[in-house]
Design a protein around this ligand. Structure first.
Ligand SMILES: [Fe+2]
Ligand SMILES: [Fe+2]
Length: 201
């Protein structure tokens, strides 16, 4: 059994190979934070596959790289059908393509690559997650938004205030997939509300 830091360091070559694709849509902030949430969820779910979940969260959004930033904000982050918009589907299929490239280049075997790509394909648009690995990645993808940093970034994306975005998260916190995820969302949102003085402003 590797110790924690050695275990996490195994993914460093993947971080480095994926880094050029993280310069879009604050992914260079979202991905490290969500990766950390995935590690916490995995600690509570030893039956999940750590490699598959860690690599899937690390690579799930790199497909945004190939999409125009104005299109992302106009079509992917507003309107009633934003979760089913074409750019959402496109960032998933482009993510699968780039993830396969990155994982092949960094020496992961086909069994792992196939499972990671299956999660990436549909991570935002699939109505129901398929299995525990999928559910963990989905929760990790959302949990960062409950942090101060997530609210700072996402309130700009969604053109609202921190208070407005925190209220939106209040409705989302109980819809996370895992019990651990729901608990973490609740606790983190309460801390963030205190930190941002949302009881006053
Ligand atoms: Fe995504
Ligand atoms: Fe994401």
């Amino acid at each position: 059994m590797l110790d924690k830091s050695a275990e996490i360091a195994r993914y460093n070559p993947v971080w480095r190979a994926a880094e050029p694709y993280m310069r879009a849509r604050k992914n260079d902030v979202h991905i490290p934070l969500s990766f950390a949430w995935a590690q916490r969820l995995l600690d509570e779910h030893p039956e999940a596959d750590r490699d598959v979940c860690s690599l899937a969260i690390l690579l799930h959004d790199i497909g945004w790289y190939t999409i125009d930033m104005e299109d992302i904000i106009e079509k992917g982050f507003s309107g009633p059908n934003m979760l089913q918009s074409d750019v959402r589907y496109l960032h998933e299929s482009e993510g699968v393509r780039l993830a396969r490239e990155v994982l092949t280049e960094t020496g992961w075997d086909e069994g792992v690559i196939a499972q990671v790509c299956e999660i990436i394909d549909g991570h935002d648009t699939r109505p129901d997650p398929r299995h525990l690995n999928d559910r963990i990645v989905r929760d990790a993808d959302k949990l960062w938004r409950f942090e101060v940093t997530g609210i700072a970034v996402a309130s700009d994306w969604f053109k609202t205030t921190p208070h407005g975005y925190a209220d939106r998260l209040e409705k989302q916190k109980d819809t996370l997939e895992t019990e651990a995820g729901r608990r973490m969302a609740n606790e983190t949102l309460a801390e963030t509300r205190r930190a941002l003085m949302l009881h006053v402003i």
